[in-house]
Design a protein around this ligand. Sequence first.
Ligand SMILES: *Cc1c(COP(=O)(O)O)cnc(C)c1O
Length: 364
Amino acid sequence: MVRQTRVVEAVPATTPFIGPEQLMRETGQAQLVRLGANESAFGPSPRAVEAMSRDLPRLAWYGDPESLDLRDALAEKHRCAPDEILVGAGIDDLMGLAVRAFVGPGNTALWTLGTYPTFSYHVIGYGGRPLTTPYRSDGTPDCDALIEAARRASPTIVYLANPDNPSGRFIERRELVAFYEALPSDALLLLDEAYADFVDAADLLPPSFGDRLVRLRTFSKAYGLAGARIGYALSSRRNISIFAKIRLQYGVNRNAQVGALESLRDEPFRRHVVDETARARDEYYRLARELGRSYIESQTNFVCIDFGTASAATRVMSDLLEHGVWVRKPGAPPLDSCIRVSAGTPSMRATFAAALRAVTEVTV
Ligand SMILES: *Cc1c(COP(=O)(O)O)cnc(C)c1O
């Protein structure tokens, strides 16, 4: 028997994300209302779908390993240079490069306990040392605690999702800049901006990328291309060239390159998604109030609704599943008393609302 590496041997055999397909197999349901993974219920841009369909017969050929057309378009959008951008198979892929490049075996990485988990899987998978600080009681990542821990433990990467998942909270630009500046000068801030497309551009950081900042963006959320697997990193030329050394040259699907480029050209569609998403959030807030439940105001395409205790939230989640509605819930306090529901279409929302009313009558 060939031995695993020591690092891999120490990785626990957990399944990070149990998908709706697996839940359907387990529960014998033929379909679920997918409100659990913050995918876009509003789909990709029809223009992107058309461009991707046109390109399908060319799938015999690899895509451009440099993703140059896409990087040129992104450089224009972000007012930076194409070599300050790296395209990858989604943020989850790009986070792996950042961990491999800057954490590796023995170094410490720091994040908020219970935030979006893929970063932590990479840290553990590459033999890094995990260090976490808790959320504030209102579910905001605690920047002061992160700074203090960073000064104490000298992590090579500090990870922050802004807007945050699963809370949906957004740290304002001024506070974020102060946080960045207060971190030790040898710590890199890995800023996961998966939901930045739902925030006004003026509230985001300006396009200047120092060596201590890597920003991650995706086409999975507002652009509705989760299944295509495409995202990008924005950083300094130095960092991008480091990632380029170890990236998978043909790791990006050519059809995803085509879809992403066309999506960028369809700004009205993105606006439409952002507006529909705001409508969905408002409807979820109203529903929570109707049921006498508190909720967290979100800057993303999902909302956390609080059911008081972790066990109550777990029960609501599994009862919803029996009604054919798939949501998830945060795993760590103080957010673990919530369920997290993604923005759906009006009909998905109606199904969710009816199911939630039905299950909370008996469970709460
Ligand atoms: C959905 C999500 C991702 C995953 O992005 P991909 O580009 O699909 O890999 C990353 N970070 C956060 C915070 C997310 O919510």
